[in-house]
Design a protein around this ligand. Structure first.
Ligand SMILES: Nc1nc2c(ncn2[C@@H]2O[C@H](COP(=O)(O)OP(=O)(O)OP(=O)(O)O)[C@@H](O)[C@H]2O)c(=O)[nH]1
Ligand SMILES: [Mg+2]
Length: 223
């Protein structure tokens, strides 16, 4: 995956989107400092709202391959100046968040992001997951396996084996039965009065003719 940095005012949904993209449960957590994950840099909204701290965002953007400018669809204004994207020497995309909200106006947010210089706009809801596959696909690099592809692979393998949930249950039962039958036999540790070998669990066994006495070991059943 190409590395992306999320920039946007406080509460626009950067952390929630980070959580949703990472497949985590979306829970509110106020970002206090710049968090760098493997392929996502999550920044505090105050950095975008304060001139002095904006410099830090510029520096951090060099760590990323793509800059994501976020704007919530319920935002009544935009803090992005026109053509602000020229300041970044990275690809800059616009991300409209909270599109599921009953007061959402994604079109308005998209217009502001276009005005800021974003050519490509994504429409996202971290709650419903809408738009997240498109964003992941956009950031995808050769060799990346998307979560839904992994799930599909597992499902295909399951179906190939003639799978239904009931057959899985049957398989589990078979497996349990085999486990039960499996005899863990132990190394011979001595001889009883009749010269029979005694195993570590106290069992007397007749040595096999093919294996020299004393070294005779009974192994787990071949299953
Ligand atoms: N309806 C809706 N609400 C969302 C969505 N994403 C985030 N929120 C809510 O918006 C609030 C702020 O979300 P955060 O992801 O913490 O915002 P942030 O941009 O990281 O904020 P800072 O860390 O302060 O910069 C939280 O209450 C979220 O539950 C979404 O897709 N839909
Ligand atoms: Mg945050």
């Amino acid at each position: 995956m190409r590395k992306i940095i999320f920039i946007g005012r406080s509460e626009c949904g950067k952390t929630s989107l980070t959580q949703a993209m990472r497949g985590e449960t979306v829970t509110y957590h106020k970002t206090q400092y710049v968090n760098t994950f493997d392929v996502i840099i999550d920044t505090p909204g105050e950095y975008a709202e304060t001139n002095r701290l904006g410099g830090a965002l510029a520096t951090y953007s060099y760590e990323a391959d793509v800059v994501g400018l976020l704007l919530s669809a319920i935002e009544p204004y935009s803090l992005y100046p026109p053509s602000v994207t020229v300041l970044a020497n990275r690809e800059v995309i616009g991300i409209v968040t909270k599109i599921d909200h009953r007061l959402a106006n994604p079109k308005r947010a998209a217009e502001w992001l276009k005005l800021a210089g974003c050519r490509k706009i994504f429409y996202i809801s971290s709650y419903s997951g809408e738009g997240i596959p498109e964003l992941l696909e956009y950031l995808r690099e050769e060799g990346d396996v998307m979560p839904w592809e992994k799930a599909k692979e597992q499902m295909d393998a399951f179906n190939r084996e003639g799978g239904s949930y009931s057959s899985v249950d049957e398989k589990m039962t078979e497996q349990d039965e085999l486990e039960k039958k499996r005899e863990f036999k132990t190394v011979v540790v001595g001889e009883d009065v009749l010269g029979r070998e005694i195993t570590a669990d106290g069992e007397s066994v007749v040595p096999s003719k093919d294996v020299p006495a004393k070294t005779h070991v009974r192994f787990k059943n071949e299953l």
